[in-house]
Design a protein around this ligand. Structure first.
Ligand SMILES: Cc1cc2nc3c(=O)[nH]c(=O)nc-3n(C[C@H](O)[C@H](O)[C@H](O)COP(=O)(O)O)c2cc1C
Length: 340
């Protein structure tokens, strides 16, 4: 079983991530983890804080040289932005502030923001980098691409950059849709035997766990509802690589809708919980969109979930052991799948 936890606040000394149950013998190439963190940090649409954050990190356990040992892996990421904002009793609409203030019985929204902030996704990305590397070594490729940005139904680098500029100049923010594809997965991951073991449900939880993700679909997803059964049956790829909660040997296709960033530079109307006066809640350092960065985080969150599913099916305390069992299974199932 692979499990992980992250800890740390947005302006604390460090973010911390611990990954437990990860196999021994996985070599992490130099610069691999740093490159993944950079992809998240410098994704299009990110705002002023990212220029300050450098995501300097240290791996303090679980590696011998650059190779995993099977022991829990601990990653520390330094926070550059260490000046805790002054206390505020003004919740930012669309954020965790109001619900968190009620839940944790505080009139200081800053205490809620410190942990609810998507800064935490740096720790998730760092841990997910190990899982992503494991998949690479097993011949499994996880990729993401942004399909749409705001009302632009399709994008190129140039149209996305222009739309981001337009939104930023108008003091607005954007959402979007990203797609995750996974190639090379063996058939039979997950299970049809119990609802919480269905791989689609597990991946849904992982991806809906990415801050700002409000929609999730597998394969044909919502569009499938409009098709007749005869038409749908002609396109088996519409099931997105999952049937009955298990991988079916085809590529996995998942899509997520990300809401527009709620922090608005021009402010959004809110109510101060101390005075109950209406005020504008202004977010000067916000990203213009989170969809590109969320896609990177989602790759890593999915990589962790899929690594857990692989280890559940094949076991293996070292890469060699896992790979031998997976190769054997691929041969065995390939005899059937190759003739369909
Ligand atoms: C990588 C990443 C960066 C984000 N940056 C911002 C931001 O700068 N400002 C903001 O208001 N929301 C940002 N968000 C979205 C919020 O974190 C999210 O909407 C908020 O925590 C409320 O959670 P919910 O939308 O999941 O309900 C970001 C999300 C991600 C994944």
């Amino acid at each position: 079983m692979l499990r992980y936890l992250t800890a740390g606040e947005s302006h604390g000394r460090f973010l911390t991530g611990i990954l437990e149950g990860f196999p021994a013998g996985v070599k992490m190439p130099s610069g691999y983890l740093a490159a993944q963190l950079r992809r998240r940090r410098l994704a299009p649409g990110r705002g002023a804080r990212q220029a300050k954050e450098t995501d300097d990190f240290e791996i303090i356990s679980g590696l011998s040289g650059s190779v995993t040992t099977g022991a829990p892996i601990t990653v520390l990421i330094k926070n550059a932005g260490r000046d805790l904002p002054p206390p505020s009793s003004l919740p930012r609409p669309g954020h965790a502030d109001l619900a968190g203030m009620l839940k944790y019985n505080t009139l200081n929204a800053v205490l809620i923001r410190e942990r609810a902030s998507a800064r935490e996704t740096a720790a998730r990305t760092a841990l997910g980098s190990f899982a992503l590397r494991l998949h690479e070594l097993l011949g499994i490729a996880i990729n993401s691409r942004v399909l749409s940005l705001g009302r632009l139904p399709s994008i190129t680098a140039a149209t996305a950059a222009a739309e981001l500029l337009r939104a930023r100049s108008a003091g607005d923010t954007l959402g979007g849709v990203f797609e995750l594809s996974v190639e090379g997965l063996p058939a039979g991951l997950g299970s049809c035997a119990q609802a919480d073991r269905r791989l689609g449900a597990r991946l849904g939880a992982a991806l809906l766990g990415v801050n700002g993700v409000k929609g999730f679909e597998i394969g044909g997803g919502f569009a499938l509802a409009e098709l007749g059964g005869i038409e749908a049956s002609e396109y088996p790829e519409l099931s997105g690589g999952l049937d009955g909660g298990m991988t079916n040997g085809r590529g996995l296709i998942l899509r997520c809708a990300v809401k527009p960033v709620p922090g608005l530079p021009g402010g959004a109307p809110s109510t101060d919980l101390k005075t109950f006066k209406r005020k504008l809640s202004v977010s000067s350092t916000s990203d213009t969109t989170a969809v590109f960065a969320a896609a990177v985080v989602a790759e890593h969150a999915a990589a962790l979930e899929l690594a857990d599913a692989l280890l559940e099916k094949f076991g293996g305390d070292s890469l060699g052991e896992l790979k031998r069992r997976l190769d054997e299974w691929r041969k065995e199932t390939g005899r059937v799948l190759g003739r369909l």
